[in-house]
Design a protein around this ligand. Structure first.
Ligand code: GDP
Length: 196
């Protein structure tokens, strides 16, 4: 029930603007259109917690959701593969690597990927920074409803090999916001990270 009660706390463009670095938080990252907002909404049983319509190119922010007095979920900014200005990419890299390496309350990262297009360059950056920060990563392969079950298992095994080679503690799970598949597994992993 803790996830159902998630509510907007604040948004931050830079590390200094983040809420006080106490308690525990789990961050969600994903290339735009991967299905990240849908994952956050689905695991919190809410329709519009994380917005699904975003303006490309706009300065993106980290959005913090409060679960209780000491626990938070964080929606990290992503970008698409299309014409993203180099300056914006560089800014994102600086911002994200600083957050992942310096944020002490951060206990885990959910890296949301479209199961049909996993491990993009964006995802590789996140995996590498997560590894450098010794941060456990859950690679969440969403839109699993788009593939047949054999292809789902093949993708899952391939991604598992790559992410556990980066760090042994990394994990993989499949998900579908459409079918609400995988919600229990994500709750279980987040419960452990957040000590719920
Ligand atoms: P974000 O940009 O990563 O936050 O992605 P969104 O959550 O906004 O989703 C991008 C698009 O993919 C939207 O059109 C969603 O309706 C669709 N989508 C998201 N999750 C799923 C899913 O599990 N299954 C299917 N079939 N479509 C999905």
């Amino acid at each position: 029930p803790i996830y159902q009660g998630a509510r907007f706390l604040t948004a931050a463009a830079r590390l200094e603007q983040c809420p006080v670095d106490q308690g525990r938080e789990v961050a969600f990252s994903g290339r735009s259109n991967a299905g990240k907002s849908s994952v956050i909404n689905t695991i919190c049983h809410q329709n519009a917690l994380a917005r699904t319509s975003k303006t490309p190119g706009r300065t993106q922010q980290m959005v913090f959701f409060q679960l209780d007095d000491s626990r938070r979920l964080v929606d990290l900014p992503g970008y698409g593969y299309a014409k993203v200005p180099e300056a914006l990419k560089r800014d994102w890299q600086t911002q994200m690597s600083a957050y992942l390496e310096q944020r002490r309350s951060l206990v885990g990262l959910v890296l949301v990927m479209d199961i049909r297009h996993p491990l993009t360059e964006f995802d590789q950056h996140m995996l590498r920074w997560g590894g450098r920060a010794n941060l456990p990563i859950l690679a969440l392969l969403t839109k699993a409803d788009k593939l047949k079950s054999g292809a789902v298992r093949t993708a899952e095994r391939m991604v598992e090999r790559v992410v556990t080679a980066e760090q042994e503690a990394n994990q993989v799970a499949t998900f579908s916001s459409l079918r609400r598949h995988g919600v229990g597994v994500v709750h279980h992993i987040l419960d452990r990270w957040l000590e719920i």
